[in-house]
Design a protein around this ligand. Structure first.
Ligand code: GAR
Length: 186
C-alpha cells in the first residue's frame, strides 16, 4: 500500500478528511503526521486514528537534516502539507522533489507568500473587495507558495463576508477537493 505523510500544525480539519478518505478506499495509508505545534488539534486527530505523530523543532528542521532520515523510513509516495506554516527546507525538497504538495486557501499567485496563511489570507481578500476567492493545490518548491499548480477552484466572496465567513466557505471547498486530488496523484 502507498504511504502518505501529512504535515499539519493547526486544527487539522483537512488532515481529518484525508485520513477518512483513505480509511475508506485503502489505496494509501497515512503513515505519519508531522507537527510543529504542541497542543495542535491535529495531534488528537492522529491519536484517534492510531497514526504516529512526529513533533519537530526549528533547529533540526531548518539547520539540521530536516528530519529527512525519519521521513525516508516511511518511503512516502507523497508528502501533503495541510495547514503547515513553516517553510519547507531545501533538505526535504531535495529528498522528495515532485512528491510534496500544499494547499493554499486562495487563488495563487495572488494572496500568497510569507505571512499569507490562514486568516491573514481571508482578511486580505475581503479588504481588497474581491468578488471571488478559492483554493490552490500545488507542488512545493524552494519558494513560498510557488510550485506548479495542480488544481484550483473558486467560490464567491459575498457582500457582508468577514474573514471568518469566507474561511468557512474555503474550508468546505478544501474538504471537498483535497482528498480527491491527492487520490488522483498517487
Ligand atoms: C487551511 O485553510 C489551509 O489552506 C491553510 O491553513 C488551513 C488549515 O486548516 N494553509 C495555509 O494557509 C498555508 N499557507 P485545518 O488545520 O483545519 O486543515
Amino acid at each position: 500500500m502507498k504511504q502518505l505523510i501529512i504535515f499539519a500544525s493547526g486544527a487539522g480539519s483537512n488532515a481529518a478528511r484525508i485520513i477518512e478518505h483513505f480509511q475508506q478506499n485503502q489505496k494509501a495509508q497515512i503513515a505519519l503526521i508531522v507537527c510543529n505545534k504542541p497542543g495542535a488539534g491535529v495531534i488528537n486527530i492522529a491519536e484517534k486514528a492510531n497514526i504516529p505523530v512526529l513533533m519537530i523543532e526549528k533547529e533540526p528542521f531548518f539547520r539540521g537534516d530536516g528530519y529527512v532520515p525519519q521521513l525516508q523510513q516511511y518511503n512516502p509516495s507523497l508528502i501533503v502539507l495541510a495547514g503547515f506554516l513553516w517553510k519547507i527546507p531545501n533538505s526535504i525538497i531535495q529528498a522528495f522533489r515532485g512528491r510534496i504538495v500544499n494547499i493554499h486557501p486562495a487563488l495563487l499567485p495572488n494572496y500568497g507568500g510569507k505571512g499569507m496563511y490562514g486568516k491573514h489570507v481571508h482578511e486580505a481578500v475581503v479588504a481588497a473587495g474581491e468578488t471571488k476567492s478559492g483554493i490552490t493545490i500545488h507542488y512545493v518548491d524552494e519558494h513560498y507558495d510557488h510550485g506548479d499548480t495542480i488544481f484550483q477552484t473558486t467560490c464567491p466572496v459575498l457582500p457582508g463576508d468577514t474573514a471568518d465567513t469566507l474561511a468557512q466557505r474555503i474550508h468546505q471547498l478544501e474538504h471537498q477537493h483535497f482528498p480527491v486530488v491527492i487520490d488522483s496523484l498517487i
